[in-house]
Design a protein. Structure first.
Length: 263
């Protein structure tokens, strides 16, 4: 990926304010519509949203998601401990189908291990694919169901577990690689706001340095490059091949591609 190309795509993605949903109680909410496809065109809006957790959703937020967006499915990537701690969300209570698919084993390990000691965040991301393969594939399968409607994917902050899943989905349906990476990195814009909400609610102090909590474009780029190398056909497309190799049906991916790209 050329440096100039990456900068152009980052600017294009980051300066599309219509992709952000400015909700009262939910942080880091955006639509993945409007992203450039490798073969031309863009992804469709109103089909897939990504966000931080829904713990503080307000009545106005709920009304917007249900009545305006038409939300029909929520995929919750948090651990059972996180779900138990926070309780059911107002979105689930309102009748929106909510499916919990943790990307982290329930054994107390915050960062799943894969034998790669180069970067803890990279180990975590690759760990999702190794330790929770079935849940990763099932999440994509749900998004590709015949009756799937507008869906939202979230974890705690909407940047790591959500970032990996959405990157796989976007890459698999044909979004330009630079745009996939730029969308992942866009969560950095909301990290400070999320920490302010969390620390205010808990009474704790804001961390002095938020740098360790920021998404880093090179990490998701490395994940996708590894999938290309191990499962691709010599070019890009490793995410789709990885999903197929791990049990995702061709028709599920085809339906998801049609939903998100119109093709």
């Amino acid at each position: 990926m050329g440096e100039q190309s990456a900068e152009v795509v980052q600017e294009t993605v980051a300066t599309e304010p219509e992709r952000w949903l400015r909700l009262e109680g939910i942080d880091n909410v955006r639509d993945v519509g409007g992203l450039p496809l490798r073969e031309g065109g863009t992804t469709r809006s109103g089909e897939l949203l990504r966000s931080a957790n829904l713990r503080h959703v307000t009545e106005a937020d709920l009304a917007h998601l249900v009545e305006v967006v038409g939300l029909r499915l929520v995929i919750d990537l948090r651990t059972a401990r996180e779900v138990d701690r926070d309780g059911p969300t107002a979105v689930a209570a309102a009748g929106v189908e909510t499916v919990a698919l943790s990307f982290i084993p329930e054994d107390g390990e915050a960062l799943p291990e894969t034998g790669d000691d180069s970067d803890p965040l990279l180990r975590a991301y690759l760990g999702y694919l190794v330790d929770r393969t079935e849940n990763v594939v099932e999440a994509v399968r749900l998004l590709g169901r015949p009756d799937a409607g507008p869906a939202l994917v979230h974890c705690a902050a909407g940047k790591d577990r959500t970032g990996v899943l959405v990157a796989l989905v976007l890459d698999a349906v044909g979004v330009a690689r630079e745009a996939v990476i730029a969308d992942y990195a866009l969560s950095a814009e909301h990290v400070e706001a999320m920490f302010r909400r969390w620390t205010t609610a808990s009474g704790r102090e804001m961390p002095e340095d938020l740098t360790p909590h920021l998404p880093r474009a090179e990490v998701i780029a490395t994940v996708l490059a590894r999938l290309d190398a191990e499962h691709g056909d010599g070019g890009q497309g490793g995410a789709a091949a990885w999903l197929a190799a791990n049990g995702l049906e061709d028709d599920a991916l085809a339906r998801l591609r049609r939903r998100l790209t119109g093709r």
